[in-house]
Design a binder for this molecule. Structure first.
Ligand code: PEP
Ligand code: MG
Length: 889
């Protein structure tokens, strides 16, 4: 005979039996059983597994077994006139997801059982329970429109001249019940079952059928649940919630959803069952006095009506957190002031709250620090990591929309993605304002410091993309009128803001402010700081930052970067007052003129490097020599060309001709990277000199030597490295001779081309370190322009051609294999050589995991993402340790 007991899990019954596993019996049943096992007040019951429910005969047999035990334990029995057992049947699904199908409550109430119930609870309660069962069974099991019963209730209240269903007397309720029974017969063509076991069998069969129906499938998909999620069913003794004393139903959160602080909040509706507190039938009470005062309400809170109940809720929260290592919220019922927990589910939490909860649980010893670290999605930390408006700054608000992506940024207004890109290329912060955005605007959004749209909601393209990019964004700023053709925004108060005018976007509040309002960097304090400390203790890899300015370096340092993994020196040339010298250098037709212009740039670079070294005191600083195609520095429009010609004392025609001469068909594959250094060694020599002189100066000021690391971009042949190293060494010797002192320094290579990966062995022979530039490497391994990929990438990802955008998360199979080959070959030639990653992937958790597995020494990412990388590196190290122990075991 089949073992039907095997398909049953016990809740508060079956002493010694293991709690039903969530994977088989659903999260609701599993958590209720755990809570019951801790001695918390959970009505006893049992749960039937999906495979049992798939077979009606097995279902009946399992119900027999379950009922027998429940009856034996409770002393009540289903269908006994003198001692009736009342039951609830509730869905239980893996991963939560209840609510798709309602529970059926009060099963077991029949005309025959009324006297016994009335003797215990009073006539009114007995009558109320029966009409409730008739209604919920009629609606859920027999398919009567719920509205019909609501109309019947409304009519009954009108007839009785009362405002609330709780005022209906037993006779009114008996009449209402008769009306509902008639409704069932007329609409469903069957009679309501007056036999308790038939009610139970009918309720179970109906819920199983509904669960597999089209409507439930659609609702599951809408809630992000699998369409064919298996259903288990809980059959549980009723906690009535109706009767004398403080009776009712409620929901309770035990942690603040935004901050994670322990704080009781919720709703409680007297004389109610199930989810009625949330259904708006009557106005529920709040749970605590604090909540009530917060909302300015006068109705007493549950805490005032029945302090023992709120105390019991908090007590249950503490016990569950301690035992199960997570924070929970509850659905509960009070029966004459006594608490019964009907649902225990993981508390909803913002990313900020998640950090606080995980840290507090670890500090209380409920989970380990490793578990706390693994609980937090590194990408979600983004919310903590953006600058916000200085609280002391004046806010001159010109418009308001939806706070679509957190953080605040100021910049010059631009009205096209191209303009945003141009501004970024020139190192100028830009605020991209559009009616709404579409996929072709992505590059402009990438380039902008913030995005503002006058249309769109929280899931509009602009909102979704900006959140993904971590760019502050306000959408749907309807009170601003944007005239793209005129290049202006008009505010309600009549003020007009034109291209180039400074505005500030506060993506955390949805406000748009006039002018460049000062911002303050986010602070890493409290639970977040503790989590970061634990991450640092857990990780193996170093985390550095890609920082080009002293300000970047300060943020990086504050965010815990242990050094700079990439300083893109070209960004320093875009600064005001420098671009002219840079352009003169680029346009020079001979070496002498070039050296002349470089001599002007040298002290500027030296100053920048001194600041960088000072900021990163003692930590490594990797400075990359000039990389981008030179024409990127040149003017493009006619007006700019004329302006430059005047500045340089040349004719516009000659400037135009030189710009044309310098333009390349394929600049990304053209004269860029170390090829610039080979073609014009004086450029790299000047940069090397600036680095050495700055290192000497910074070392002298700090009283401890600085060891700069010079990185050559886009190397693909070892000879490039060898030749350039000779130039750099010659400069070093010249500095030594001039100053009578010199610093130690290291020259390394950026691995950004497939050839460099394959030849990494011999490159490593000549390099002090290697660092993967995964932006270019992805571009080159795929043969996919990093600047143009945005035009079709969304289609590729949407259609599953690529699983994800390889410029955001490393392509582990292709680019990753290249990197593994390179790292292995480099180490085979030069054991212990430092290997890093400094592309945009440096804070992408999956890419960081790859770097851990490949034994890299560090990852480097933009300053604001350093904490994300620290946590991702910690998680990767924990995974690696666990995999190691599993292998050893
Ligand atoms: C890279 O290519 O990955 C890199 C870090 O350099 P850049 O983005 O400056 O080309
Ligand atoms: Mg690169």
């Amino acid at each position: 005979m089949k073992d039907h007991a095997a398909g049953i899990g016990w809740i508060g019954l079956g002493a010694g039996a293991p709690a039903p596993a969530a994977a088989r019996f659903g999260q609701k049943a599993a958590l209720l059983a755990e809570a019951a096992g801790l001695g918390l007040p959970v009505p006893p019951g049992f749960v039937l597994a999906p495979d049992v429910l798939a077979d009606p005969a097995a279902t009946r047999a399992a119900l027999d077994i379950g009922l027998a035990r429940l009856e034996a334990e409770t002393g009540y029995c289903l269908g006994c006139a003198e001692n009736p057992l009342l039951l609830a049947v509730r869905p239980s699904v893996e991963g939560g997801g209840g609510g798709v199908i309602p529970a059926i409550l009060d099963i077991g109430v029949t005309e025959a059982a009324l006297p016994a119930i009335a003797a215990r609870r009073g006539e009114r309660v007995a009558r109320d329970l029966l009409r409730r069962l008739v209604q919920s069974y009629g609606a859920t099991a027999l398919g009567i429109e719920g509205e019909e019963f609501e109309f019947a209730l409304y009519d009954a209240m009108k007839l009785a001249g009362v405002e609330s269903e709780t005022e209906l007397d037993p006779a009114d309720l008996a009449d209402l019940c008769r009306t509902c029974l008639r409704l069932i017969e007329e609409e469903a063509g069957v009679s309501f079952p007056q036999e308790p076991r038939a009610q139970l069998d009918g309720a179970v069969a109906a819920i199983v059928k509904l669960w597999t129906g089209a409507r439930a499938r659609t609702r599951r998909v809408a809630r992000g649940l699998p369409e064919d999620a298996p259903l288990a069913l809980i059959v549980q003794a009723m906690a009535l919630g109706i009767g004398p004393g403080v009776c009712g139903a409620g929901v309770a959160q035990t942690r603040d959803e935004t901050t994670g602080a322990r704080r009781l909040a919720g709703r409680f509706l007297e004389q109610a069952q199930g989810e009625e507190a949330l259904m708006g039938l009557r106005t529920p009470a709040l749970l605590t006095v604090v909540e009530r005062l917060d909302q300015g309400l006068r109705e007493p809170a549950l805490e005032e009506r029945c302090p023992a109940a709120t105390e019991a809720l908090l007590e249950a929260a503490r016990a569950l957190e301690h035992a199960l290592g997570d924070a929970f919220s509850f659905e509960f019922t009070l029966d004459d002031g006594v608490l019964h927990l009907l649902e225990v589910k993981p508390a909803r939490r913002s990313p900020r709250a998640a950090v606080r909860i995980a840290v507090e649980l670890a500090e209380a010893g409920a989970i380990t620090r490793d578990e706390a670290l693994l609980r937090i999605d590194p990408a979600a930390l983004d919310q903590h990591l953006h600058p916000s408006i200085d609280p002391d700054a004046a806010r001159d608000r010109i418009g308001k929309g939806l706070p679509a992506s957190p953080g605040a940024a100021s910049g010059a207004l631009v009205f096209s993605p191209d303009a945003a890109e141009l501004a970024a290329a020139a190192g100028r912060p830009a605020i991209l304002a559009l009616i709404e955005t579409s996929p072709e605007d992505i590059r402009g959004m990438h380039a902008a410091k913030a995005v503002l749209t006058v249309r769109g909601g929280m899931t509009s393209h602009a909102a979704v993309v900006a959140r993904g990019l971590g760019t502050p964004c306000v959408v749907g700023a309807k009170d601003l009128i944007l005239d793209r053709a005129a290049g202006e925004i008009r505010a309600r108060d009549g003020r007009v803001f034109r291209i180039g005018d400074a505005v500030t976007v506060d993506g955390s509040t949805g406000e748009v402010l006039a002018g460049a309002v000062p911002t303050v960097p986010p602070e890493i304090t409290g639970a977040f700081a503790r989590l970061m400390d634990w991450a640092d203790a857990a990780r193996r890899m170093g985390v550095r930052a890609n920082a080009d300015t002293a300000q970047d370096a300060r943020i990086a340092h504050d965010f815990g970067a242990a050094g700079i993994g990439l300083c893109r020196t070209e960004h320093m040339f875009f600064k005001r007052g420098r671009i002219a010298a840079m352009r003169r250098m680029i346009l020079a037709e001979n070496e002498a003129d070039r050296r002349d212009a470089l001599a002007e740039l040298l002290p500027m670079q030296r100053e920048d490097f001194i600041e960088l070294f000072a900021q990163m005191a003692g930590h490594p600083v990797v400075i990359r020599l000039l990389d981008p195609p030179l024409h990127e520095f040149l003017p493009h429009g006619e007006a700019d060309i004329e302006e430059l010609a005047i500045a340089l004392g040349l004719s516009p025609a000659s400037v135009r001709a030189r710009v044309l001469e310098l333009s390349e068909f394929n600049p990304m594959l053209g004269k860029r990277g170390c090829r610039i250094g080979i073609a014009y060694p004086e450029i790299y020599e000047t940069q090397a000199r600036a680095i050495f002189e700055a290192a000497l100066e910074a070392g002298a000021r700090a009283g401890s030597p600085v060891v700069p690391e010079i990185m050559l971009p886009l190397v693909s042949a070892v000879r490039e490295l060898v030749v350039l190293k000779e130039h750099i060494h010659a400069v070093a010797e010249a500095v030594r001779a001039e100053r009578g002192a010199m610093v130690d320094y290291r020259v390394g290579v950026m691995i950004e081309t497939p050839r460099a990966c394959l030849r990494a062995g011999e490159i490593a022979d000549a390099a002090a370190f290697v660092s993967f530039g995964t932006n270019d490497l992805t571009q080159m391994v795929y043969g996919l322009s990093r600047d143009d990929a945005g035009r079709f990438m969304p289609d590729y990802v949407a259609r599953g051609v690529y699983a994800h955008d390889p410029f955001h998360s490393l392509d582990l199979e292709g680019v990753g294999e290249m990197m593994r080959i390179a790292a292995e070959r480099a180490r085979a030639h030069m054991p212990g050589i430092s290997v890093g990653l400094c592309g945009e992937h440096g804070a992408d958790p999956a890419s960081v995991e790859f770097c851990e597995q490949a034994g890299f020494d560090y990852v480097s990412c933009s300053p604001f993402r350093v904490p994300i990388a620290r946590l991702a590196a910690a998680q990767a190290a924990i995974h690696a340790r666990r995999a190691g122990s599993a292998r050893d075991a």
